[in-house]
Write a protein that binds this ligand. Structure first.
Ligand SMILES: *[C@@H]1O[C@H](CO)[C@@H](O)[C@H](O)[C@H]1NC(C)=O
Ligand SMILES: *[C@@H]1O[C@H](CO)[C@@H](O)[C@H](O)[C@H]1NC(C)=O
Ligand SMILES: *[C@@H]1O[C@H](CO)[C@@H](O)[C@H](O)[C@H]1NC(C)=O
Ligand SMILES: *[C@@H]1O[C@H](CO)[C@@H](O)[C@H](O)[C@H]1NC(C)=O
Ligand SMILES: *[C@@H]1O[C@H](CO)[C@@H](O)[C@H](O)[C@H]1NC(C)=O
Length: 420
């Protein structure tokens, strides 16, 4: 074989490979877990399906007044929505938006089965202490932060069982560090609790005691700030937290989404030269991105009015849920629900459609990325197809829920987000 021919063959293979990559660049992604349906292991009792578990007083969770058919485990109703990664543990939340959910905050172990049973975190007792949790967060001080909305969010049977609260666990000892009930002034009305779907933690690198948490309220359009040192919280309103009517009606898995979800995700930059961070945020129903310096969030005497920046527009069908900033590559990664994709944007570039890349896309295994996290240089996603659950039905016989991971360098390679 002549060297020239060898070279051509290599180019040909490369071209073929990159065109395949372009068609469905899902090959950058490693499947970690997949589930047809969610099952649990609670105190050694397995909840494998609607019939295979022990029906006893101790397996009733909050719903004592219900009929027998409603108050125990109803497997189909268990839809995972949020997650977080710490060492060899992956936390998986199942908000109580229907009856029959035995535990809202759970974990599974990496390196075991590909469809593991969920165990309540930190222990079985907590399956009854927490009402409903969405997207938790691990901070740089080995702590797990969760918001318990306190709301049994079952359609036509909503019950606020406890005040919404921030609960923080020590991941080394698996003990609660503190619980903080949000104040009445943090909340607008009875809908607010159901909108507290994520928490972002801003820790002073020099002191774990100096931490702030930012909670999005997508239901009544606000941001709640919590100061760990002051043990105090306050609410911020701003018009940029509202959904954009022009971005309504995108579709997922053939279902038109008419949710009017406001501010959905808050992503923090690394420390700026002046010791604060940039908080990037967007409503779910929007194609814009906004930012504000955390100096204006952390000081309750300051207003963000006049300090919010409209960074730009990501382009059509870029409606996204969770997003996270990765410092090493200076990119934001988005759970883009309107295109079954992970989007990227390098924050050093102007935010406009040409500068937003599709880092991965798959119309089967990335259908509704419900949560996205960055751990080191890995990007993790939890996929749950929730529009199918809400508008039609999931097929319990096939894989419905996924957790995938990818190296960030692989994800952005060949996209506009790659640093040249
Ligand atoms: C429930 O799980 C058990 C054990 O895996 C199995 O034998 C049984 O057929 C399942 N029942 C249903 C209704 O799926
Ligand atoms: C935010 O807006 C809500 C609804 O209009 C209002 O009830 C609440 O008092 C406002 N809170 C602050 C801190 O501005
Ligand atoms: C979304 O759908 C509603 C109801 O069909 C319609 O009134 C509205 O104009 C639509 N908006 C957009 C931006 O498509
Ligand atoms: C902090 O620095 C960043 C850039 O490094 C700047 O955008 C921001 O406005 C500064 N914040 C304050 C409160 O001065
Ligand atoms: C973030 O990246 C910058 C360089 O872009 C680096 O100087 C800084 O140390 C990084 N921060 C962390 C926490 O790794």
């Amino acid at each position: 074989m002549s060297p020239a021919f060898k070279m051509n063959a290599r180019v040909f293979v490369l071209l073929l490979f990159s065109s395949l990559t372009f068609a469905t660049n899902f090959n950058k992604i490693t499947k970690v877990f997949s589930w047809k349906q969610i099952s649990y292991d609670i105190k050694g009792v397995l909840y494998l399906n609607d019939t295979q578990y022990e029906r006893s007083e101790s397996s009733i969770y909050f719903d004592q007044e219900l009929d027998d058919s409603e108050k125990y485990f109803i497997q189909y109703n268990n839809v995972p929505i949020g997650f977080e990664v710490y060492g060899d543990r992956v936390f998986v939340t199942v908000p109580r938006r229907r009856h029959g959910i035995p535990s809202t905050l759970n974990y599974v172990q990496l390196g075991g089965p590909s469809s593991p049973t969920l165990k309540p975190y930190p222990n079985p007792r907590w399956s009854k202490l927490l009402v409903s949790t969405y997207r938790p967060r691990v901070d740089s001080c080995d702590r797990l932060w969760v918001v318990d909305t306190g709301l049994l969010e079952v359609p036509d049977a909503r019950k606020q069982l406890k005040p919404p609260a921030i609960i923080v666990f020590d991941l080394k000892t698996n003990k609660q560090i503190f619980r903080y009930n949000l104040k009445d002034t943090d909340l607008v009305n009875e809908r607010t609790a159901g909108g507290l779907t994520s928490i972002t933690v801003d820790v002073d690198p020099k002191s774990c005691a100096d931490a702030y948490a930012y909670i999005n309220d997508l239901a009544t359009n606000g941001l709640i700030v919590f100061s760990m040192r002051e043990r105090d919280s306050w609410r911020i309103n701003h018009s940029s937290f509202n959904h954009d009517a022009k971005a309504l009606n995108f579709s997922v898995a053939g279902n038109v989404i008419n949710w009017k979800d406001g501010i959905f995700s808050i992503a923090l930059s690394d420390l700026n030269s002046n010791g604060t961070r940039t908080a990037f945020y967007h409503p779910l129903v929007s194609t814009q991105e906004f930012s504000v310096d955390t100096a204006f969030l952390k000081d309750k005497s300051k207003s963000i009015e006049g300090n919010v920046k409209i960074l730009g527009n990501r382009g059509p069908l870029t409606q996204s849920g969770s997003h996270v900033y990765h410092n090493g590559t200076r990119t934001l990664l988005y759970a883009n629900v309107a295109q079954d994709a992970i989007l990227c944007w390098n924050v050093d570039k102007e935010l406009k459609p040409e500068n937003v890349g599709i880092a991965a896309q798959d119309h089967k295994q990335l259908v509704y990325i419900s949560d996205l996290k960055v751990s080191g240089d890995d990007v993790w996603v939890l996929v749950n197809q929730i529009p199918r659950f809400v508008y039609s039905s999931l097929n319990p016989g096939e894989n419905n829920y996924f957790i995938h991971r990818a190296k960030i360098e692989d994800l952005i390679k060949g996209t506009v987000c790659e640093k040249k």
